[in-house]
Design a protein. Structure first.
Length: 189
């Protein structure tokens, strides 16, 4: 079953002489792990941001689970995104960072006990349970990236988008995170 489809997506930024995306189409089936490869500036991030709802396409459609998403704002889409910069709240603990989307996400009505349970499941997935009370600045780069991944996974999105989440990490941590992502994907399929 097709989980994600982009149909003839076009994006041109104001003042640009060429399109950032020019008729991009793709189809991702449920359970697939899909990667976009290309040089810097070729439109990978733009396409992810359009799928997530952070940017609008000039033309074309994005469908998730058979529903057109173009008119839905980002916070109402069944999508979560992990960015190259971890975007963690520095004043919140690891636990609170992961719980944030569960507590404050649009349409959420989750009891506190369920939030605790979901956060603990996410902490188990990324193997950071022992760090749940630490602030992000007390974690390594790899641990911070795993917190960002746990936060994205905790809300159980239909689609998880990763925008170069490993590029700022050193080689050893990058390899560990690649294994971690594969493990998370295998668990969710």
């Amino acid at each position: 079953m097709t989980l994600l489809a982009a149909q003839q997506v076009v994006k041109r930024y104001d003042g640009a002489s060429v399109n950032a995306l020019n008729g991009v189409s793709l189809q991702v089936e449920s359970g697939e792990f899909y990667s976009f490869l290309g040089p810097s500036g070729c439109g990978k991030t733009t396409l992810l941001r359009i799928i997530a709802g952070f940017e609008d396409a000039n033309a074309g459609s994005v469908l998730i689970d058979g529903k057109v998403m173009n008119a839905l704002p980002a916070h109402k889409r069944p999508v979560n995104m992990v960015f190259q910069s971890y975007a963690l709240f520095p004043h919140l603990s690891v636990f609170e960072n992961i719980a944030f989307g569960l507590k404050y996400g649009a349409g959420r009505n989750i009891a506190n006990l369920d939030i605790v349970s979901e956060v603990e499941k996410a902490l188990d997935i990324v193997r950071l349970k022992q760090f749940k009370d630490r602030k992000p600045d007390k974690l390594s780069g790899g641990q911070q990236q795993r917190v960002a991944l746990a936060r994205a996974l905790a809300v159980r999105p239909l689609v998880l988008l990763l925008d170069e989440p490993l590029s700022a990490l050193d080689v050893q941590i990058r390899e560990e995170m690649q294994v971690e992502l594969s493990r998370c994907h295998a668990r969710s399929v």
